[in-house]
Structure formats: C-alpha cells, structure tokens
Design a protein around this ligand. Structure first.
Ligand SMILES: NC(=O)c1ccc[n+]([C@@H]2O[C@H](COP(=O)([O-])OP(=O)(O)OC[C@H]3O[C@@H](n4cnc5c(N)ncnc54)[C@H](OP(=O)(O)O)[C@@H]3O)[C@@H](O)[C@H]2O)c1
Length: 246
C-alpha cells in the first residue's frame, strides 16, 4: 500500500480497451484515482475496477458508460467532481478505401476521435485550468503524421488530434495545463486482431524493432506525461513506434 500523496483523479476514455486498460494500471500504480470509461465492454471495465480497488484500497476507482460517437457526451463536471487529467484512449478504425466510406462512417470517426473529445475538453477547461498540474493526453497514431492508405479518414482524425494539441497547448500554456499526444505505431491489441499471421509477419519485418508494441509500452509515456513533474512538456506528439515510419 502506497503512502505517497495522490496526484488526483484521471478520467480515462477507452479504459476497457487494451491500451486504455494498461494506462489505468500504470496510473493506479502511481497513486491516481481513476474514472474508467467503457462502451461495449462493461464487464472488462468492472473487472479492472475490482482489481484496482483490491490492489490500491486507498484510491478511488469507478466505471462509467459512454458512446462517444454521440454528439452529447457525459457531463464531466456533474459526474466526477474534481479531476486533474483527461486521457483519450478510445477509438476504432475503418479499414476500407476512402471512396467507399459513407458520409456517416466519416462523421462517426471524426465524432469519436475528435469532436466529442473537444466538447469534453470545453466542458472540463475551467476545472483543469484551476489545477496546479492539469493534463490532457490523446492516444493518437503514427498515421496522423505519415498517413495510411485504406485508413484515410482515420489518418485525418489522428492528424487533427496532433494539430489540436499543438494549438490548444499554446492557448492554455502558463496555467499548468499541458496538452500532448502519444502516437503509437503498431500495438498488439484487439484493434489489430483482424490481420492474418502473414500480414502481421510482414508488418513486423517493416518495424526496425522487429515486433509490435505491447500496450504497457504505450501506457508508460501516457503515465509519464501525467506526472506532476512533467509540466515542461506540452504541445508535443511522442511517436512510440519502434522506429517505424517516422
Ligand atoms: N492498436 C494499435 O495498433 C494502435 C495504433 C495506433 C493508435 N491506436 C489508438 O489507440 C487507441 C486505443 O486503441 P486500442 O488498440 O487499445 O483498441 P481497443 O483495445 O479496441 O480499444 C478501443 C477502445 O475504444 C472504445 N470505443 C470503441 N468505440 C467507442 C465508441 N463508439 N464510444 C466510446 N468508446 C468507444 C472501446 O470501448 P469498448 O471496448 O468498451 O466497446 C475501447 O475501450 C485508439 O485511439 C487507437 O486509434 C492504436
């Protein structure tokens, strides 16, 4: 049991996902209390909450539902009281030619990765600006920098997350609120479960480190950015990609 002072509460969107869950485990180990968001996988989130409550009895953990493709997000102020950090680790891709995507599919990807998070940040801004060390982190993607055929809209929203962080970080700089993106290359998660073993082998060959990342190797950088001592790093995108693509 840790006697260190808690840095506060983080709200982690996509906590039921592979990267989001790894982020929650690392934040909990660094004394954070956490509100864990899920969409379809309620049981996964509840199980993680139970584990974290058992392992860190002096911190607070709770799960909450939200479909972030909906324009009306959960009301953060009313629901969570005080919090110091927002982490956006939710997301899906849509693997097809740009020309075959419907307007609705394009809209949904923008809503999930960008538009709803921006609404949530607007809701949270006053509270985050009051904190000594407010934090916003997006889990972006290397594709936001280099682009990917068959994932054109996904690349566009990931690039927009990086552009948003660049600009918004400047607007709130000086208040202690930092805004950054952790942009993975390929990570061994459910999102890549559709690839065949041949495709994965070809992918591994392209990556200088010769393997996909583990979720905790992405979570490490998110949890470091949330550290109260990380005030001087803002407006950045950290490419955690095993040397791949950039
Ligand atoms: N895996 C990779 O190779 C990779 C590479 C670069 C970037 N990323 C980014 O990393 C982030 C996390 O991905 P992951 O690999 O951890 O994928 P994952 O395991 O599939 O997790 C995806 C998360 O997004 C949530 N989600 C899906 N649709 C949602 C919706 N409509 N509303 C709210 N939440 C929704 C899921 O909730 P439920 O499970 O509860 O439905 C889950 O928590 C994403 O932003 C992804 O773009 C991943």
């Amino acid at each position: 049991m840790s006697k260190q002072k808690s840095p506060g509460r983080a709200i982690v969107f996509g906590a039921s996902g592979n990267i989001g869950a790894a982020i929650c485990r690392q934040l909990a180990a660094k004394n954070w209390s956490i509100s864990l968001h899920y969409f379809h996988h309620r049981e996964v989130a509840l199980q993680l909450v139970n584990t974290l409550r058992h392992d860190y009895p002096n911190q607070d953990f709770q799960a909450f539902f939200g479909d972030l493709t909906q324009a009306l997000p959960p009301d953060l102020g009313q629901t969570f009281g005080d919090f110091q950090a927002l982490v956006f680790a939710q997301g899906t891709t849509d693997y097809q030619l740009f020309s075959t995507m419907s307007a609705d599919q394009i809209q949904q990807l923008f809503q999930l990765h960008l538009l709803t998070p921006l609404q949530l940040i607007r809701q949270a801004e006053a509270k985050l600006l009051q904190q000594a060390h407010g934090r916003i982190v997006f889990v972006g993607s290397i594709y936001g920098a280099v682009g990917s055929a068959m994932e054109v809209t996904y690349s566009a929203v990931k690039g927009a997350q990086t552009s948003f962080a660049n600009a918004y970080a400047r607007e709130v700089a000086g208040s202690g609120l930092t805004v950054n993106v952790v942009a993975p290359g390929a990570v061994a998660t459910a999102m890549n479960a559709e690839f065949s073993e041949n495709d994965l082998a070809a992918l591994r060959e392209e990556i200088p480190l010769g393997r996909l990342a583990q979720p905790q190797e992405i979570a490490l950088w998110v949890s470091n950015l949330l550290d109260p001592q990380a005030d001087y790093l803002t407006g950045q995108t950290l490419y955690v990609n095993g040397g791949w693509l950039k």
